[in-house]
Design a protein around this ligand. Sequence first.
Ligand code: GDP
Length: 141
Amino acid sequence: MATNRTFTMIKPDATAAGNIGAITKMMEEAGFKIIAMKYTQLTPATAGKFYEVHSERPFYADLCKYMSSGPIVAMILEKENAVADFRTLIGATNPANAAEGTIRKIFATSIEANAVHGSDSDENAAIEGAFFFAKTEEVAA
Ligand code: GDP
């Protein structure tokens, strides 16, 4: 059965560029309901923990530095088939390969500074949501 929740972050490049409102609007217009939202800044250590799964990849140090370089907006979103539909809405990791009209095509500036995060599985959506929000069941009620 398709999940109804995913987790996203508006990344530092997009918050610095003043695109929080425009990106959030695209999410809402695509049918995603925001059920939790937090504006915060990660420390390098916290970014490292969030992206621990990538710790062996060559870009890990750069990614942690970038993700802690400015504020982010963390959100839990609700929609039927949320994980897959949200990945479609944001587009490919590298904006050069992202489909026209996707969030990354419109707002990302590089493969690293790619405007938004989107969970890649139901399991990771739950883990990542819990990383930022302690009581999502209550928030969503
Ligand atoms: P995603 O699921 O589309 O976000 O992509 P990944 O899980 O593969 O990568 C996580 C994040 O690491 C991406 O969203 C980018 O911000 C960053 N990233 C991915 N690939 C590269 C790369 O080749 N170089 C750099 N510098 N960053 C990357």
